[in-house]
Design a protein around this ligand. Structure first.
Ligand code: C2O
Ligand code: CU
Length: 465
């Protein structure tokens, strides 16, 4: 279904190219405008070359051993860390038995490097390779993953950290915490699970308003480990620890807290917010939060509850001796900061939108058909033009929650800036951005199964005439 619609999209593009369309020409990834926009970004003059080999691997999750697909046999994949303005030269070698690509989630990068097969590039075939070359424009906690089928629900993900040279020294230690739900190689795989959902429909595990998912994942991981075999982060009492949380799950929101501590939220999806204290955070798929924590003396569990799933992932912070306390951190039941309690440091100024796109989230569990504006997997672009202030209105008409993600831009919510936003059942969420990155950009649900079932669309820049 998706491949069909993508072909339809390419047909639209071809029409635009031939000039037969009554509408303005679309700015395709290959358009000179895309390179011109990249040149205008300038850069640090530094380059960072990496190679990622997507390959079949056997991974020990800390007890369960699974056959899966990873980058270079590591779970999570090795972190890529660059400075803002650096040129990233990332070669992807595809040793998988399937086509793939890499999407750089959170980066407002040049459109032809965005890694969406048939929208921004041709899929990379088994045995082939492709080198991504782009300037990492702004600092922040981001990540990378494929954009093909349900590959996101295998082991193909890694942190992408863009450092901010203007903020050194406000913390003593830093820890990247990647959350993931796991089913691959446990007697099934994401493709089989997706096929089953389409045959039988989903089964909502958490009623109408919670953040439960559709898919039973037997394991929940922090940095690739099940709760029974947690990773330990060692630090000193009194140290200020920066944690960069990334939710790389396919179908699970996590409620996270560090036992015995409050957290100060400093960034949402890579963008700074006025520091705000909280006991716990709820993190949807694709979302990132950075926090600062002043560490006490002892041993503390970092717990990630799988919302609506009665399961959890765990890690440990150790600044002293002793055993990990075997109690559920009380902070999990404490204050959870909400979007509207956070405020971007660099807000987009108030301006009347030039354009409003209504993005209705549609579909349901029964037939496991998800869509946008009533259409499943329709990649005919909704049009925008450079220079416009664009308002997206996500209207959730379904009984499930959806973490909605826009590629290539960071939008302004009522409060923080983000690129992925949780939209609860029945809720309408408005976000605005300035159209300043020409090309064709995905807008989709970051539930990997919802997206594959059709909850995806494209926002396409057109030429102004
Ligand atoms: Cu993590 Cu299309 O995105
Ligand atoms: Cu969804």
């Amino acid at each position: 279904m998706n491949s069909f619609s993508r072909r339809a999209f390419l047909g639209t593009v071809a029409l635009g190219l031939a000039g037969c369309s009554a509408e303005n020409r679309l700015i395709l990834p290959t358009d000179p405008m895309v390179s011109r926009t990249e040149s205008a970004r300038g850069g640090s003059g530094r380059a960072r070359a990496v190679t990622l080999t997507a390959t079949r691997s056997q991974i020990d999750l800390g007890g369960p051993v699974v056959e899966t697909w990873t980058y270079d046999g590591a779970l999570p994949g090795r972190e890529i860390r660059v400075g803002a303005g650096d040129l990233v030269e990332a070669r992807l070698v595809n040793r998988l038995p399937a086509e793939t690509s890499i999407h750089w989630h959170g980066l407002a990068l040049r459109n032809d490097m965005d890694g969406v097969p048939l929208v921004t590039q041709a899929a990379i075939k088994p045995g082939e390779d492709f080198t991504y070359r782009f300037v990492a424009p702004t600092p922040g906690t981001h990540w990378l993953h494929p954009h093909t089928g349900t590959q996101l629900d295998r082991g193909l993900y890694a942190p992408l950290i863009v450092e901010d040279s203007a903020e050194p020294g406000r913390y003593d230690a830093e820890w990247v915490v990647v959350l993931d739900d796991w089913l691959d190689g446990t007697g099934t795989n994401p493709d089989e699970v997706f096929a089953g959902l389409r045959r039988r429909g989903g089964h909502s595990m958490h009623g109408m308003t919670g953040l439960g998912g559709d898919v039973p994942h037997p394991h929940h991981l922090i940095n690739g480990r099940v709760a029974a075999a947690p990773v330990t982060f060692a630090a000193k009492p009194g140290h200020r620890l920066r944690i960069r949380f990334i939710n790389a799950a396919a179908d699970t929101a996590y409620r996270v807290a560090l036992g015995g501590h409050r957290m100060t939220v400093t960034h949402t999806d890579g963008f700074p917010v006025t520091p705000a204290d909280t006991d716990a955070l709820v993190i949807g798929m694709g979302e990132r939060y950075d926090v600062l924590i002043t560490l006490a003396d002892g041993v503390f569990p970092l717990v990630a509850l799988a919302e609506g799933k009665n399961a959890n992932a765990q890690a440990v912070v150790r600044t002293g001796s002793g055993a990990v306390p075997d109690v559920r951190p009380a902070e999990l039941d404490g204050k959870v900061v909400t979007y509207d309690q956070l405020k971007a440091v660099h807000s987009l100024g108030v301006r009347k939108p030039d354009l409003v796109h209504r993005v209705a989230l549609t579909g349901g569990m029964m037939s496991y058909e998800w869509g946008i504006n009533g259409r499943a997997g329709d990649l005919t672009p909704a049009r925008v033009r450079s220079g416009q202030r664009v308002r997206l209105e996500f209207v959730n008409t379904t009984m499930m929650w959806h973490p909605m993600h826009l590629h290539g831009h960071t939008f302004q919510l009522n409060g923080p800036r983000k690129d992925t936003v949780i939209v609860r059942p029945g809720q309408t969420v408005a976000c605005e951005f300035d159209a300043d990155n020409p090309g064709q950009w995905m807008v989709h649900c970051h539930n990997a199964y919802h997206a594959e079932a059709g909850m995806m669309s494209v926002l396409g820049y057109e030429e102004s005439r």
